[in-house]
Design a protein around this ligand. Sequence first.
Ligand SMILES: [Fe+2]
Ligand SMILES: [Fe+2]
Length: 318
Amino acid sequence: MSQTLPPNETAEQHAAFNARIARGEKIEPGDWMPAEYRRQLIRMISQHAHSEVVGMLPEGEWITRAPTLKRKTILIAKVQDEAGHGQYLYHAAETLGATREEMLDALLSGKAKYSSIFNYPTYTWADVGMIGWLVDGAAIKNQTMLAGCSYGPYSRAMVRICSEETFHHKQGKEMIVAYAQGTPEQRQMAQDALNRWWWPSMMMLGPHDADSPNSGALSGWGIKLKSNDEVRQEFINEHVPELLEAGLTIPDPDLHQDEQGNWKHGPINWDEFWAVIKGQQGLNKERLGARQHAHEDGAWVREAMQAYAARGLGQAAD
Ligand SMILES: [Fe+2]
Ligand SMILES: [Fe+2]
């Protein structure tokens, strides 16, 4: 990587660091690392943590409206898993020196970004299934790649998260396949959900490689092992045949297979992607409002925990 080094970093340090990455070693919290590597990881991991936590909102709205007890228990478990993913990731970012307060502040003030996908509304119960199948399906592709990344705590968090995401993906697919074979109303509900979530799922894997400003540095440091377009290709190749087999129609008239068997998609509406990320379109205000409300609502819990901690660790509780 060609870059001008910060004044307190030497070319030797960088060479040794890059050699460790080239050998496939994991970088651990106490190890020397370039300030830019640390900054990029904090940005990425905290955005990822915010996405998990905000991601609880579109599906959480449906817990009280689940059609059966079985589907309700599955959804509760899934939403709870996403909270856990947020926890692992905030912890991983804390090992780099970011504080929980800073990160939450950045989210609640609107300074930090999170995945654009969670700013889309959920209109019917089938949206819950389609999120599991497509959104968690896309997330798995990205997170499987990150499980191999060079920063130890991030990579280990991803291994754990991926095994839970696999369950999220399966329950979504099972639900949509069942509805696609169900009554005409259920089939229509599944198709409408696909029409709503197909393009946002494609977009959530990020801009094309040429428009992804951080990608170069991230791949050089072994943080991103594949480009956005490569991950998107994996996602489409897996999901297109399965959706078609379920009898659903994918809302892309240009979708076709090339000679290598790769599914090729039509143009993506990136104006929509950027508008949703910036909060000019979609539910960004509502999502942040819900998080702010939850944060204020939980103030007494944080105060109680501080008061308890102030009594001294190791003291018996009475
Ligand atoms: Fe998750
Ligand atoms: Fe998930």
